[in-house]
Design a protein around this ligand. Structure first.
Ligand SMILES: [Zn+2]
Length: 187
């Protein structure tokens, strides 16, 4: 089984584990990043076979590492900081709502979902599935999209208005702030 196109673990459970780590962080799994390179030595010492073929430049690897480490500075944190700056009160990951939505504004009865482009299959450049192992990735990503749609429909059926913020839409903070403001104010 291959992970992200260029890393193969001989033990399938390891692929699943690595994949779940990146799914949790909502960033695309890397192709042979420094992160994986660092740990492959340990796996091999423990008798687990790891084959890798790193085709990334050092600069690309550095960026991937940053995105993996930066859970608290990622898109969701940015949205939270903007909302806070705008003076809106919100709750996080409310367990009593379908799919534990990322950000909930109870007073406005609104929900904001922050989606990583890769795992939620956005139609942007970052949202493209890996070129290799399409038979593996496509069903997985399609299932995520299906789950997102169900979650959104449930929330709307319960009377919540939902806004999706994509990772790629968090580049321009001012534009994003204006959109968030419009959404929260909208009746
Ligand atoms: Zn995107």
């Amino acid at each position: 089984m291959k992970l992200g196109g260029s890393l193969t673990f001989a033990v399938p459970q390891l692929n699943d584990w690595f994949e779940s780590q990146f799914a949790q962080l909502d960033v695309a799994p890397p192709d042979g990043s420094r992160f994986l390179n660092r740990y492959s030595g340990a796996f091999m010492r423990n008798g687990l076979k790891v084959c890798r073929m790193d085709t990334r430049t050092p600069e690309q690897r550095r960026k991937i590492m940053q995105s993996v480490k930066s859970k608290d500075t990622g898109p969701e944190m940015l949205v939270r900081r903007i909302l806070h700056r705008l003076g809106y009160r919100f709750r996080l990951h409310r367990k009593d709502l379908p799919g534990r939505p990322d950000i909930v504004l109870p007073r406005h009865r609104k929900v904001i979902l922050v989606h990583g482009c890769f795992w939620h299959a956005h139609g942007c450049a970052k949202g493209r599935p890996p070129k290799s192992r399409k038979d593996y990735w496509l069903p997985k990503l399609q299932e995520n999209v299906r789950r997102d749609r169900t979650k959104l429909e449930h929330l709307e059926a319960l009377g919540w208005q939902v806004m999706v913020v994509w990772q790629c839409e968090t580049k321009d903070v001012e534009v994003l702030a204006a959109r968030l403001k419009d959404f929260v104010r909208k009746v």
